[in-house]
Design a protein around this ligand. Structure first.
Ligand SMILES: Cc1ncc(COP(=O)(O)O)c(C=O)c1O
Length: 432
């Protein structure tokens, strides 16, 4: 493999008059935008924009068709069948809030409970926490194993006849592990409990198959798969869509309305009041096409190769401490088995330097990586950490980027510690 990613030139941000030296390691927060997506949005917005689902004139009808074709495209992408519906939202966050309000709220009593994992993003914690507080219900936390995965046996013990929903991430945005969703869905369904999967990170390591995963709700955001921000998706079993009332109210979701009453439309549209984010949806379709054109086998091979190189390089630095564990070398994106799977998200701390200082120092060399609690603060508390650093790789990252990162970290360490505290085997020298 060349040291430079074969897809790097697809991303205008690296062009000579933008940020040619940028080393971007924050794809878990948001992916950079390939020109294909930017151009699709530009052309739609400049040359064919109109409001969808509102009128019969040609431009509006075209916009409606774009949205409805996108719904089919997303369904195919996510392996949803005719039994499932695709709802467009603004983000994973909004999709989860939708399920919290429209599905869980009126099923919850003060005797019931909701179960989430111990390493959930705040987007998949706060809505459930608030809902449980509002109703007096209990939020149960399923622990994670020493390998960072949700402990399915422990989770199974938390489920009882008062459990309303289980909400877990597909891929942890901090630990990078792929959770055993199939197994979780199996144990949940044995007790008739539906499962929501926060796929904000999982969907980038596709192809995700909703039917195969066996969950009931799956959420993701376009910008985590190289689309634009402001466009999200909720995939839901139709039986739940039918039972759920609208989340927000406004134009385009009623069959009829009087001053006193409203009869809402059926299906996904009832969750999409107001004007659709057509440009964002066009961008999502283009992002899906972009990934499909590269092919998922190429994407997986690239992810596995760059991840393996990253872990191998960082592991040689004795002052780098993984948040929980060093990933092994078994990378099988989205292939649920018992091995630890790490799709290119890695969190760590560095001995002798605060995470903020490391991130700031690397930024001086245009190396961008995340520091903080990464919106998973309770996990950091339980690990007694104020913060961590996170490297997350995207299609544009090649070995060259990882070399620059490692050189940057080594330089910082030399500045802090002096170069001579490790011998050739990376054992700390006794300088006394
Ligand atoms: C696991 C996970 N869930 C949810 C979210 C929220 O995504 P968004 O900001 O697109 O709503 C993120 C964002 O980083 C995430 O990593």
């Amino acid at each position: 493999m060349s040291t430079i990613s074969p897809w790097k030139h697809d991303f205008p941000i690296f062009s000579i008059n933008a940020h040619p030296n940028l080393c971007y390691f924050d794809s878990a927060a948001t992916c950079l935008t390939p020109k294909h997506v930017a151009e699709a949005i530009y052309y739609y917005q400049c040359f064919s924009h109109a409001n969808s689902h509102k009128s019969v004139y040609q431009l509006s009808a075209n916009a409606t068709e774009l949205v409805e074709q996108a719904r089919e495209k997303v369904a195919n992408f996510i392996g949803a069948t005719a039994n499932e519906g695709v709802v467009f939202t603004s983000s994973s966050t909004e999709s989860i809030n939708l399920v919290a309000t429209s599905f869980a709220l009126n099923r919850l009593t003060k005797h019931s409970n909701i179960i989430i994992g111990a390493a959930e993003h705040h987007a998949n914690l706060l809505p459930w926490q608030a809902l449980c507080k509002q109703v007096g219900a209990t939020l149960r936390i399923a622990p994670i194993t020493s390998q960072g995965l949700i402990d399915v046996a422990a989770l199974a013990k938390l489920i009882d006849s008062d459990t309303v929903l289980i909400a877990v991430n597909h891929v942890s945005n901090v630990l990078g592990v792929i959770n055993p969703i199939k197994k979780i869905a199996e144990v949940a369904h044995q007790k008739n409990v539906p499962v929501l999967v926060d796929g904000a990170q999982g969907v980038r390591y596709g192809p995700v198959n909703f039917t195969d995963l066996g969950c009931d709700f799956y959420v993701f955001s376009s910008h985590k798969i190289y689309g634009a921000t402001g466009c999200g998706v909720l995939v839901s079993k139709n039986k739940y869509i039918e039972q759920m009332s609208p989340f927000q109210l406004g134009a385009g979701i009623v069959q009829s309305v009087s001053y006193q009453e409203a009869i809402f439309t059926q299906g996904p549209l009832k969750f999409e009041p107001g004007s659709h984010n057509v440009a964002g949806i066009v961008g999502l379709v283009e992002a899906i096409d972009y990934l499909n054109d590269i092919t998922w086998s190429e994407i997986t091979a690239h992810t596995d190769a760059t991840s393996a190189y990253l872990f191998q390089q960082l592991r040689e630095l004795p002052y780098i401490n993984p948040l929980i564990f060093w990933p092994n070398n078994e990378f099988h994106s989205n292939n649920v088995s018992d091995v630890v799977q790490c799709p290119s998200i890695f969190s760590f701390t560095m001995a002798g330097a605060s995470c903020q200082d490391v991130a700031g120092f690397l930024d001086d060399s245009e190396i961008a990586l995340r520091f903080g609690t990464q919106c998973v603060e309770p996990l950091h508390h339980s690990l007694n950490l104020a913060a961590s650093l996170r490297v997350s790789l995207g299609l544009y990252n090649g070995f060259e980027d990882i070399d620059r990162l490692v050189t940057g970290i080594k330089s910082l360490n030399n500045l802090i510690q002096g170069p001579d505290i490790f011998d050739e085997n990376n054992n700390i020298l006794d300088n006394e």
